[in-house]
Design a protein around this ligand. Structure first.
Ligand code: PLP
Length: 393
């Protein structure tokens, strides 16, 4: 495919491999293995498999390869490896490149499972991890050392929507020779161009906006061909975190409509954040696309738009938050995000329940905080739903 095509075109067409039947919709090659024409062919494929030659689905599969090529083209990355979940991508990217004695600097505001991988698993294998406030460049600068192998952060944190300055952190990391790994889920492939801003490795949970319709778990690691094929692939194919062909097909179809969905979700989120701002039942509305967000200038420069998720903090604490959630009629109470359906989450009692109180306080996860992943429903219906529930909170 021409490199000049725009992302929206690449997201629909890139990576397509048609079978002899010329199907329009991508085929699902639901097979673990592949038949060789001869013993010699099997032998040579095990020595080196060509780009269109497959051995076993844990190593690669035509449908999975289509997804990898499509998202790599969309992101402008050299290569991609698709994984069974977002966490297989996060843990695989880190574990494949780190060894005992390495030093990692990470933002503290992380998705719970990412925090567990960095704080509990990597350290068990002798990796030293320093946590910093991701929004404070002085802390990054102080923490990144000559022997730092990697820095890791979520470009927008969950659930308090703190934004990390990708370009500045990358400059600090690269000055010390450290690799920059960005979990870009909240920023979405539509609004974020993390590679252009300095990231070396970009990770997505495809479960979120890429599927976007709540069907399948998946993930992807994007980077240079050297990193993906020499570092990530050997680790993933031998440890078993590869994406299934069926999931790859779901994600391929998801990529085709992701841009439309994310734009519609973002427009709804922006309208809701503006409408709820200053509401007398709320302590605050947190949305990166609101001028009152403390990092609004960075958001404008780094993403242009505020994304699909906002958080609100109800004045009445947990009781008010629960009354609000239980009064919602259009949105659903769940913990996924990036979905076509509006999803509301109470982080303090669900996704972040196990965090000790001092860490909840430090991250701003208050008893009244509700995260809203805004869907593609009609804006007026969503506003009426949220305002009605607030009135009953
Ligand atoms: C959901 C999520 C993950 C994990 O993805 P799964 O597909 O659920 O394994 C990692 N990071 C962030 C920021 C997420 O939102």
């Amino acid at each position: 495919m021409s490199k000049d095509l725009k992302p929206r075109t690449r997201a629909v067409h890139a990576g397509t491999r048609r079978s002899q039947y010329g199907e329009v919709s991508e085929a699902i090659f639901l097979t673990q293995g592949f038949v060789y024409e001869s013993a010699e062919q099997a032998e040579s494929r095990f020595i080196e498999a060509g780009p269109d030659e497959f051995i076993y689905a844990r190593y690669g599969n035509p449908t999975v390869a289509m997804f990898e090529e499509r998202i790599a083209a969309l992101e402008g990355a050299e290569d991609a490896f698709a994984t069974a979940s977002g966490m297989a991508a996060v843990s695989g990217a880190l574990s494949s490149m780190l060894k005992a004695g390495d030093h990692v600097v990470s933002a503290r505001a992380l998705f719970g499972s990412c925090l567990y991988v960095l704080e509990d698993i990597l350290t068990r294998f002798g990796v030293e991890v320093t946590f910093v406030d991701g929004a404070d460049l002085a802390q990054w600068e102080a923490a990144i050392r000559d022997d730092t192998a990697a820095v890791f952060f979520e470009s927008i944190s969950n659930p308090t929507l703190q934004v990390v300055d990708i370009a500045s952190v990358s400059r600090l990391a690269h000055a010390k020779g450290a690799r920059v790994l960005v979990d870009n889920v909240f920023a979405t492939p539509v609004w974020s161009d993390a590679f252009a801003q300095g990231a070396d490795v970009v990770i997505y949970s495809a479960t979120k906006h890429i599927d976007g319709q709540g069907r399948a778990l998946g993930g992807v690691i994007l980077g240079t061909q050297e990193f993906i094929r020499k570092t990530v692939e050997p680790y993933m194919k031998h440890t078993g975190g590869s994406m299934s062909p069926f999931t790859a097909w779901v994600m391929l179809k998801g990529l085709e409509t992701m841009d439309l969905r994310v734009r519609a979700q973002t427009a709804n989120a922006t309208a809701i954040a503006k409408a709820l701002y200053g509401h007398d039942k709320l302590l605050q509305v947190i949305y990166p696309g609101l001028e009152t967000h403390p990092q609004y200038d960075l958001v404008k420069a780094q993403m242009g738009e505020g994304g699909t998720v906002l958080s609100i903090d109800l004045k009445g604490g947990k009781e008010a938050a629960f009354r609000f959630l239980n009064a919602i009629e259009v949105g659903v109470i769940s913990n996924n995000l990036g979905d076509a359906k509006t999803i509301l989450t109470h982080p303090a009692t669900t996704t972040h329940q196990r965090l000790p109180q001092d860490q909840k306080d430090a991250l701003g996860i208050t008893p009244g905080l509700v995260r809203i992943s805004v869907g593609i429903e009609d804006e007026a219906d969503l506003l009426a739903d949220l305002e009605g529930a607030l009135a009953r909170s």
